[in-house]
Design a protein around this ligand. Structure first.
Ligand code: AMP
Length: 425
């Protein structure tokens, strides 16, 4: 199945190809046709599934017809990072069609955004608070909006933004297409969807429950200490095969490079690699040449290695469902596994949501000189020292350390090719 079937404009297709997207992801396959037909869509899907392009591509196709320079599509996102990410994706996919977007969020001076909004803008990707600010100041004209996207609605709910979203919607034309994406569907979001969507197409992709056999540990850490903490954990913990997740391709590359320089047997898997390189990485991870794989979410969808003993979230995933998906990589065949997650100050909102999903207080670890204390967190879980790898608890088993001899490791990895992703990036 290729992108050809969607009959997207040649200028959009050229950008799809330039980005190296070969085949649509499942959510793209299911969402793009109804969105192009103008239907409302409720998508149960997490970040990392190719969700952004699933709504951006049909929006671009739509905006190529009709007048330019008015805001005809509005995307509401919970975080500035997501807002920027979507803005960037529109830039990449809409470049040749000359469709322009602006990213609007708080925490930065509003004047630059006001100037930007006076220019020709076709799509706005915004966080709710700052968007309302612009609405009240009358510095944004939403009267031409044809498509509204509410992205990561569950995250929005967790952050208390749903009332703002409802206020914003009141300023939009009633006649419009509405798309709502969420990784989970709590009652408040279902009721928002009922209020805003008309006869929606329901799409559900990769929705999973957390694996109960995996133990979860969390490390409060500053961004600048993450790599040192990672090395410390790798050195002090007994591990067989480790999958490290980063949020961006460039970070996957740089973390792998740093580990490689320190002598670890490491490879990476991310979208900037050629298909051949990706295959080499996967094969090497499968056959044990590499003990560590540093990957982005979407790349990791091609990994079906049964005996990953540890998943390390170097960067916190963007949704609780993405967390579930990542940790589902361990504890598969063996039925037990460990998930270690690095939590920075910016991640506390999601950490709070995770606590709800996991149904227990997060177990925060401390490692001398590398982790922070956790004073900032409401509902702060009691701080527990060195449970897990803070101490050198090898129980007589081999430690995971740089330059360990590959052939001294037990051959525990197996690879299930039956479910190998066809669109791994
Ligand atoms: P998202 O879930 O939208 O955050 O997408 C995650 C990553 O998947 C981004 O880096 C996209 O560039 C990439 N991506 C989206 N669609 C595809 C595709 N069809 N093939 C490969 N990569 C994709």
């Amino acid at each position: 199945m290729s992108f050809e079937k969607f009959k997207l404009d040649a200028k959009i297709m050229a950008c799809v190809q330039a980005l190296g997207y070969r085949v649509p992801t499942p959510i793209q396959l299911e969402s793009i046709p109804p969105i192009m037909e103008g239907r409302d869509v409720m998508g149960l899907a997490q970040t990392g599934t190719g969700k952004t392009a699933a709504f951006v591509l049909p929006i671009l196709q739509r905006l190529m017809q009709g007048p330019r320079g008015h805001i005809r599509a509005l995307i509401i996102a919970p975080t500035r990072e997501l807002s920027e990410q979507t803005h960037k994706a529109i830039g990449q996919l809409g470049r040749r069609a000359q469709i322009h977007s602006a990213s609007i969020y708080g925490g930065v001076n509003i004047n630059g955004q006001i100037t930007r909004l006076r220019d020709k803008v076709d799509i706005v990707s915004a966080c709710p608070g700052r968007l309302l600010d612009h609405i009240h100041r009358k510095t944004i004209d939403l009267s031409h909006v044809e498509v509204l996207v509410i992205d990561e609605a569950d995250h929005m709910f967790d952050m208390g933004f749903l009332p703002d979203v409802r206020k914003i919607v009141k300023h939009l034309p009633a006649q419009r297409q509405t798309l709502l994406f969420s990784a989970t569907m709590p009652e408040d979001i279902r009721s928002l969807a009922n209020d805003l969507l008309t006869n929606p197409v329901n799409i559900k992709i990769g929705h999973t429950a957390p694996v109960e056999t995996v133990s979860h540990k969390f490390y409060p850490v500053q961004m600048s200490s993450k790599t040192d903490l990672l090395k410390d954990i790798l050195d002090k913990t007994e591990m067989d095969s480790v999958l490290v997740f980063t949020r961006t391709k460039s970070r996957a590359k740089s973390v792998a490079l740093q580990l490689d320089k320190s002598g670890y047997k490491v490879t990476s898997l991310h979208g900037n690699l050629t298909q051949q390189k990706r295959q080499q990485s996967l094969d090497g991870f499968r056959d044990g040449r590499y003990e560590i794989m540093v990957a982005t979410d979407i790349a990791a969808r091609g990994i079906d290695v049964n005996k990953i003993s540890h998943v390390i979230n170097y960067d916190m995933p963007s949704t609780t469902d993405a967390y579930t998906h990542r940790i589902g990589r361990t504890g598969r065949a063996t039925k037990t596994g460990d998930a270690f997650t690095f939590v920075t100050g910016d991640d506390l909102g999601l950490a709070h949501s995770l606590e709800r999903v996991l149904g227990e207080k997060l177990e925060y670890q401390s490692v001398d000189g590398l982790t922070m204390s956790m004073p900032v967190y409401d509902n702060a879980p009691s701080h527990r020292n060195n449970r897990g790898n803070g101490g050198n608890q090898n129980n007589g088993r081999k430690l995971f350390s740089p330059k360990s001899k590959m052939n001294s490791r037990p051959k525990q990895r197996s690879f299930d090719s039956s479910n190998r992703s066809q669109w791994a990036h």
